[in-house]
Design a protein around this ligand. Structure first.
Ligand code: BDR
Ligand code: CA
Length: 313
């Protein structure tokens, strides 16, 4: 049984981000000290609003939501409305949020929290491009050794990319930020496409969530049904990959995942492979092992956990 954890969720909701937030808010082992929004799937003004919509759906308007970076460090913005719809949360009809957006900038909140809380007690959970996390590390390098762990969704190696043949969306959008994070020295756990492409939202799994018969269950099922339509067509599978909740599931049930500690470097020079996560899976270099890279998941165990937890909201 993992010990209780304080987490900051850095996110660009996004239907799968939304499910990840719901899973975290449904889990008593996790204390969500704040949610920081970043531009990614849709622009920042929508991701921060979507994060608040999801907190309200979970009945948690007390959770603090902060807005962060509006664009990547160096490259032009790239969004994914073709996957997530115009709002980023297309699918269910969710009311406009009434809870406030915090005034503090997300990057300041991340730094302040890490400097204020006891060292080694805050876990960062990035579910989108790594711009906010990189900016925090650049602005206050003393936070790096204070981070308990960065558990992130991003990258892909054996599975290739989903944005380009080489690159996964979160890393592709801000490869320079990802490079800063992977070089930070903080302990990192990576949930790449190699894992998430095995976590498919099959019709039976969505039906189990809908059968909860709750407002959250209905909304989650509608989010997942909208989200999977693009990937079902793309990959020809029953259901689409459920990426971001893997991060939260790892905090709750790490034994659902297996992987290997190895070196990960991010391509930031070649346009052809920009944002590729180059994983030294076979240990063929002497580059430092900077990340625990997951490769496999017990998908049934993952969906059982998710459904059981959503039932609590
Ligand atoms: C990642 O990109 C986004 O579209 C999803 O929310 C997820 O974080 C998957 O490549
Ligand atoms: Ca995301």
């Amino acid at each position: 049984m993992p010990t209780n954890r304080k987490i900051i969720i850095d996110t660009d909701p996004g239907q799968d981000d939304a499910i990840a937030i719901l899973l975290a808010l449904a889990s008593p082992e996790l204390e969500v000290v704040g949610i920081t929004a970043v531009a990614g799937n849709v622009p920042l003004r929508l991701t921060e609003k979507n994060a608040r919509k999801i907190c309200e759906l979970a009945g948690r308007p007390d959770v603090r939501v902060f807005a962060g970076a509006e664009r990547p460090l160096l490259r032009r913005s790239v969004t994914a409305e073709h996957v997530h719809g115009k709002t980023g949360l297309d699918g269910p009809v969710l009311p406009e949020p009434t809870m406030p957006l915090q005034e503090q900038h997300a990057v300041d909140f991340i730094i302040e929290t890490l400097m204020k809380e006891e060292s080694g007690t805050i876990t960062l959970c990035p579910l989108g491009p790594l711009t906010n996390i990189a900016l925090a590390l650049i602005r206050e390098p003393r936070i790096a050794p204070r981070i308990k762990e960065i558990v992130l969704m991003g990258g892909g190696f054996f599975e290739g990319g989903n944005m380009t043949p080489a690159a996964e969306f979160n890393i592709y959008v801000d490869p320079h930020a990802a490079d800063v994070v992977f070089r930070s020295g903080a302990p990192i756990v990576v949930m790449p496409l190699d894992v998430t492409h095995k976590a498919l939202t099959t019709a039976a799994r969505i039906e189990a969530i809908r059968s909860l018969g709750t407002r959250v269950g209905d909304a989650a099922a509608a989010l997942l049904e909208f989200f999977e339509r693009f990937d079902e067509e793309k990959y020809g599978t029953d259901g689409g990959p459920l990426h971001d909740p893997c991060v939260i599931a790892y905090l709750l049930r790490p034994e659902l995942f297996t992987g290997r500690h190895c070196n990960v470097e991010v391509e930031i020079s070649s346009e052809l492979t920009m944002g590729m996560t180059v994983v030294d899976w076979w240990g063929v270099t002497d580059r430092p092992k900077n990340a625990m890279v997951m490769r496999d998941i017990d998908a049934d165990g993952f969906f059982t956990l998710l459904t059981d937890r959503l039932a609590r909201l």
